[in-house]
Design a protein around this ligand. Sequence first.
Ligand code: 2AL
Length: 174
Amino acid sequence: MEISAVNALTYEEFVELFGNVVEKSPIISAAIWSHRPFKDLTDIEAHITEFIHSLSDSGKEGLLRCHPDLAGRDLQSGTLTRESREEQSQAGMTALDSAEILLMHRLNSEYKERFGFPFIICARLNNKADIVRRLSERLKNDRAAERELAIEEVKKISSLRLHNIVLSGIQTKL
Ligand code: 2AL
């Protein structure tokens, strides 16, 4: 999909296509649409980053809370978004044995108890072992450091989603 085609999208088309680039946060694509015309994908990404960084600490934490746990209840009950399901599957979260599921539940609960938002990591860039290791390590951080680390992970997830939409076959929808 050429950037000119992205720039030609109506507001409704733009939000339909990019609304889940940041998980369950279509307000971000709704907001950045007004920055058209975009120069390229990097430009779109820069506007997403600018929006996220402009949020207050509680706004950033709200954004983090829009994300499902890894190997959590939404995965078990089949209610993940398509993007999240593919990412979690790629990181091996759909193929855990029962002991691994229990470990993930215990660590995710401990993390949420401590920080008030879910543990977030870019699943496409990490395998099962990395995820368990980073989750255990990051439990030792303080809340402000963890908030910033999690926001950096959200940016990586959204960058990969954006590139996937623009560079993949999803373009044939339009
Ligand atoms: C996720 C998700 O849904 N996709 C991804 O890369 N990471 N969730 C999470 N809690 O890290």
